[in-house]
Design a protein around this ligand. Structure first.
Ligand code: PGA
Length: 252
């Protein structure tokens, strides 16, 4: 099975509506001829609709950065899957390490959000990854196993085939420190083996992105690894030229 390469830009809390539209308009022109990569941008909620409109008719898909598990109700500050669908969103990031670190996200809430996203027909990008302390203590595999078991609990194999996993070592996010391609591949291989033991052969179909200081200069080497199927990009996705170069180099 040939897995799709998916490269998603996680804009985090950046870009006003006007800035978001301008970025997508520029990006559209730069990546119009890219066929080998599924390109996704994930703006903040306020810019989603503007970006969906700006990206219409292009090869750029749109994702959100979070989704709540309930259909509606008294959950101040949250957004439902139906709201995202109506806005024209296709993907959604779930359980980013910043959500886990600053907003109390746990594997249990990741699991609830994931189930709601799948039920609504959104394509989830579930983030996992160890902190520097956990890596130094030799706990990387245990941490990832716990995150996968908890985050994906109760899913069928068919459902797992439609989930994108983003492996983002927390120590590599926004720090300029990338895992070496070999180090990342070793961890990606572990993630795929774990998925195989939990969900069987469907693990071969699961797209596993790398995230953490990926840029144009290293995307090629990272995505060339057997078990690295794209990337989740923060900093380098905030400018059209750097993001386009990263995308093109990934499959050059
Ligand atoms: P970075 O962020 O590319 O700026 O390291 C990645 C992410 O947090 O998804």
């Amino acid at each position: 099975m040939v897995r799709k390469i998916i490269i998603a830009g996680n804009w985090k809390m950046n870009k006003t509506m006007a800035e978001a539209k301008a970025l997508v308009k520029e990006l559209k022109g730069l990546v119009a001829d890219v066929k080998a990569v599924e390109i996704v941008v994930c703006p903040p909620f306020t810019a989603l609709n503007a970006v969906v409109e700006a990206a219409a008719g292009s090869n750029i898909k749109v994702g959100a950065q979070n989704v709540h598990w309930a259909g509606s109700g008294a959950f101040t500050g949250e957004i439902s899957a139906a709201m995202l669908k109506e806005a024209g969103v296709e993907y959604v990031i779930i359980g980013h390490s910043e959500r886990r670190q600053y907003f109390g996200e746990t594997d249990a809430t990741v699991n609830q959000r994931l189930k709601a996203a799948l039920a609504a027909g959104l394509k989830p990008i579930v983030c996992i990854g160890e902190t520097l302390e956990e890596r130094e203590q030799g706990m990387t595999e245990k941490v990832l196993l716990t995150q996968l078991e908890g985050g994906l609990a109760g899913l069928s194999s068919d459902q797992v085939a439609g989930v994108v996993i983003a492996y983002e070592p927390v120590w590599a996010i926004g720090t300029g420190k990338t895992a070496t391609p070999e180090m990342a591949e070793e961890t990606h291989r572990y993630i795929r083996c774990t998925l195989k033991s939990l969900f069987d052969e469907v693990a071969e179909d699961v797209v596993i992105q790398y995230g953490g200081s990926m840029k144009a200069a290293n995307s090629g080497q990272l995505v060339a690894q057997k078990n690295i199927d794209g990337g989740l990009i923060g900093g380098a996705s905030l400018e059209a030229e750097s993001f386009a170069a990263l995308i093109k180099n990934a499959v050059a």
